[in-house]
Design a binder for this molecule. Structure first.
Ligand SMILES: Cc1cc2nc3c(=O)[nH]c(=O)nc-3n(C[C@H](O)[C@H](O)[C@H](O)COP(=O)(O)OP(=O)(O)OC[C@H]3O[C@@H](n4cnc5c(N)ncnc54)[C@H](O)[C@@H]3O)c2cc1C
Length: 360
């Protein structure tokens, strides 16, 4: 991915491609068509860690990490979720306080869980509450600099979804981190939420790629599988409806993501738009993948057909970076959604019909 320029592709400079948000969305979609876990590894590196450093890091932090991360020589992880605090990261327990013996260092203690890439990451962007202010701050923790016993990143084994991506914990026990490794200015949830916003935009694109692969697999299967008088099951309208519903949602989801991408490129996208497309595209991709799974009958249970893998993966996409129900409730300002919906829908409706024709 580093050699292809896929990592941190929207960042300008530091060896990154500097492409538009729409172009990066198309990359994400193509990668997730392979597997959502494959895309997750790329998104964490690109949007959550490189994006965070680019937006909030000091010049020294950018110069030190971004070129190596762009090449894939350094791998990043993003530690926000904790065992007791998932949807409600504002209640996190991880803390950073002045190190008792090392001058110019913080001492960070706490636990993060369900962290993509953590078992093998070189740079861990960890969010912790700063002693004294109680405000959330971002810290870049370099694995190679941590004394033994202060940082452990055990893998979470036997996952039934996102198996192509490594997930683990981050356990910090009075880990010394140089003060220069803290993001200097950003405080509170604005830091992590800003990184998540960009990653959620990628997820909204990516899941349409996974859904398109489900449609393609289901279509091929339905044409080959014959039941009742030697008819391919694709001949039956009940089966066709499943394919038509999924195709419509994939096309509409793609169009919505394109529109938000264009607005993002013009600096006009707002977080509520990204919440809307993340929630909608994930929900529709998961629903349709589950329905398409039925076309495979008993064979759906076999890994060989790939559909069950997408279904398990899409459950994760609906859950991480804000579970769908959470996106529908507290973070959304209903008034702003209604106001922005106009901007969102204008182009989508205009292009929906041509888009659908092109897709089918
Ligand atoms: C494979 C994988 C990779 C991940 N990678 C990362 C990563 O790299 N970095 C990271 O920081 N995190 C990561 N996560 C964690 C993920 O972001 C969290 O799992 C997610 O935020 C949900 O938190 P939770 O699991 O604690 O669920 P909970 O917050 O406990 O929620 C459980 C259920 O309760 C519902 N619920 C909670 N509060 C409310 C409410 N107020 N109103 C209505 N319903 C509510 C939720 O919608 C959900 O359905 C990953 C998770 C997975 C599975």
């Amino acid at each position: 991915m580093g050699e292809l320029g896929l990592l941190g592709s929207t960042i300008n400079g530091y060896g990154c491609a500097g492409v538009s948000n729409v172009a990066s969305g198309l990359i994400t979609k193509a990668v997730e068509r392979v597997d959502s876990g494959y895309r997750s590894g790329m998104s964490v590196q690109s949007s959550l860690v490189m994006g965070g450093i680019d937006e909030f890091g000091t010049q020294e932090q950018k110069d030190k990490y971004l070129p190596q991360m762009a090449k894939g020589k350094l791998l990043g992880a993003f530690g926000l979720t904790e065992p007791n605090h998932g949807s409600d990261p504002g209640s996190m327990e991880t803390t950073a306080k002045p190190h008792p013996t090392k001058k110019g260092y913080f001492s960070i203690s706490g636990a993060k869980t369900w962290i993509t890439n953590s078992p093998i990451a070189d740079v861990l962007l960890v969010w912790a509450k700063l002693h004294g202010t109680g405000k959330i701050r971002g810290f870049l923790i370099e694995r190679s600099e941590c004394p033994p016993g202060t940082l452990e990143t055990p893998a979470i084994k036997n996952k039934n979804g996102l198996r192509a991506s490594l997930t683990g914990m981050i356990q910090l026990d009075e880990c010394p981190v140089p003060e220069a490794n803290m993001f200097p200015d950003v405080e509170g949830l604005r830091g992590p939420f800003s990184c998540l916003n960009s990653a959620r935009f990628g997820i909204a694109w990516g899941v349409t790629g996974a859904l398109e692969d489900c449609i393609s697999r289901a279509r091929t299967y339905a044409l080959e599988r014959k039941q009742f008088k030697g008819n391919p099951i694709a001949k039956y309208q009940l089966v066709q409806k499943k394919l038509a519903d999924a195709t419509t949602d994939a096309a509409m989801g793609t169009l919505a993501a394109i529109q938000v991408g264009r607005l993002k490129d013009k600096g006009e996208a707002v977080p509520e738009m990204i919440s809307m497309i993340k929630r909608q595209n994930c929900d529709r991709a998961l629903h349709n993948a589950r329905v398409l799974q039925e076309i495979f009958g008993g064979n759906a249970v076999s890994d060989e057909y790939g559909i069950g893998r997408h279904v398990a993966n899409l459950f994760v996409t609906q859950t991480y970076e804000g579970q769908s129900d959470i996106h529908s409730t507290s973070p959304l300002s209903v008034r702003r959604v209604l106001r922005e919906a106009d901007k969102l829908s204008g182009l989508i409706l205009g292009r929906a019909i041509t888009g659908l024709q092109a897709f089918v």
